[in-house]
Design a protein around this ligand. Structure first.
Ligand code: ACO
Length: 431
């Protein structure tokens, strides 16, 4: 059988080398250039890894041109419509949708890990009162490494699974404690009689002084948000988790590295930028002048929450989350804010405007997610924390997949050195 190949010829020497073409289940094939340095004495040059597939993965597939997002082959629309967040967690971790008994067992196991070790809870008191909640999340997840060293053997599948359970179960508790600490409010312990999302809401908002009623609309909106952000293949934070994991670092340290990467405004901070933009617009009547600024070539202003590096047709998550926005508007008084009104009008005008149509700029998931989180009463500095809670399962599933590959090696990108050539040391008095 003839093997599909690409021929690479070094025109300086005329030497050629055949690189195999590898096909996945979906998506563009890749050129396997692993033997290139040995055969032609060169590396590939690909800053920001724009054209490099760094691994094989069977977890998530994205087709940006078609607006497709699949987890383990299941379209995100079907998962958001029919699954719970924990069902999606099970699917991402183990590859198949759980049967009823499997999901019950998974639920029970997650519930058995929702509490924080009291020592870990005390870590919070070491932070300044005005610390950013992401700083606390990052620190406390990293500190988990100090509490579980008897079950952190990354080559033991039972330990790997236990670490995954602990992370998925404890992230909402750590996130809620970060919020409570910034507010000076008492922490709420987890309540295992509630579902994952309902418990998260009660840990965020309940007070010992009065009964907290969980709104089913709010719980459904948050559950959908968690599902939509659960995984997104090899983005910056996921690649960071994989790279850290390839050094055989413990999974808590790897997830802390992922959280650090997500914190950057170019990654997890876009929904916060949408809310800032809506606050700046202030009133529906200011939309035309704002859009004129966005379209002005000499202005750096962008319509935040519009456009996507990968999705050039539509962001499938945006369509789902838009529906949730409208449900919230109809059912929750807290959603009826001027920002929400501005967002809907902005979206309506922009979708009919030639500038955005021509450039294929559609609302992305972040256009709506900030609005939903605001409507749920979640402050803007907690937005990226909520994203991190949802994405933890994606990170740990990708870490686990990498660890389960027999050929795992430490990740080590190369470079094109452009610094000074060899030179001799100059003594201090001659410089
Ligand atoms: N508002 C106005 N114009 C825009 C926007 C926008 N949001 N996005 C792109 N454009 C314009 C550019 O000015 C450019 O116009 P030109 O061809 O006349 O020069 C054209 O569309 C192409 O833009 P690029 O920057 O090349 O598109 P790219 O794919 O590199 O950018 C990005 C994608 C970074 C997401 C961009 O659309 C953007 O900045 N959007 C706003 C920020 C945002 O919402 N980020 C969240 C992304 S979703 C996520 O991370 C989960």
């Amino acid at each position: 059988m003839s093997k599909e190949t690409v021929t690479i010829t070094d025109n300086r020497t005329g030497k050629s080398f055949e690189c195999a073409i590898k096909n996945g289940t979906h998506g563009q094939p890749v050129i396997d250039c692993q033997a290139l340095p040995k055969e032609v004495g060169m590396f590939t040059f690909d800053p920001a890894f724009m054209t490099t597939a760094s691994c094989e993965s069977a977890i998530t597939f994205i087709d940006g041109d078609q607006g497709i997002l699949l987890h383990r082959g299941y379209p995100i629309e079907q998962l958001a419509e029919n699954s719970s967040y924990l069902e999606v967690c099970y699917l991402l971790l183990y590859g198949e949708l759980p049967k009823k008994g499997e999901l019950d067992q998974f639920n029970a196991e997650i519930k058995s890990h929702t509490m924080l070790h009291e020592g870990l809870r005390n870590v919070f008191s070491g932070f300044r009162r005005d610390a950013h909640p992401m700083a606390m999340l990052l620190g406390v997840v990293g500190a988990m490494s100090a509490y579980y060293h008897d079950s952190m053997d990354i080559y033991n599948p039972t330990h790997r699974n236990l670490c995954a359970m602990r992370l998925i179960a404890k992230l909402p508790t750590i996130a809620a404690n970060s919020y409570k600490y910034t507010m000076g409010f008492p922490y709420a312990y987890p309540r295992n009689d509630l579902g994952y999302t309902e418990n998260f809401l009660q840990m965020m908002f309940s007070m010992p002084s009065e009964e907290y009623k969980i709104s089913p609309t709010a719980a459904k909106a948050l559950e959908t948000m968690l599902i939509l952000h659960a995984d997104h293949e090899q983005n910056a934070s996921t690649s960071t988790v994989r790279l850290a994991g390839s050094s055989q670092a413990n999974p808590f340290a790897c997830i802390a590295a992922g959280i650090a990467t997500l914190w950057g405004p170019a990654h997890g901070g876009a929904n916060e930028a949408v809310i800032k933009m809506l606050d700046e617009i202030k009133d529906v009547k200011n939309i035309p002048s704002f859009l004129a600024k966005v379209k002005d070539k000499d202005s750096a202003t962008r319509l935040m929450g519009f456009g996507h590096r990968v999705y050039k047709n539509h962001d499938p998550r945006a369509k789902i989350i838009r529906g949730i926005c409208h449900e919230l508007l109809n059912e929750l008084d807290t959603a009826k804010t001027p920002a929400f009104e501005i967002a809907l009008e902005l979206e309506r005008i922009a979708l009919e405007d030639e500038y955005f149509i021509q450039r294929k700029l559609y609302p992305n998931v972040d256009f709506y997610s900030g609005i939903i989180l605001s409507a749920l009463g979640i402050p803007t500095n907690m937005f990226t924390v909520m994203f991190a809670v949802a994405r933890t399962v994606g990170w740990i599933s990708q870490w686990k997949e990498m660890l389960e590959e027999p050929s795992m090696k430490i990740g080590r990108p190369r470079q094109l050195y452009v610094g000074a050539a060899n030179r001799n040391f100059i003594p201090m008095d001659k410089r």
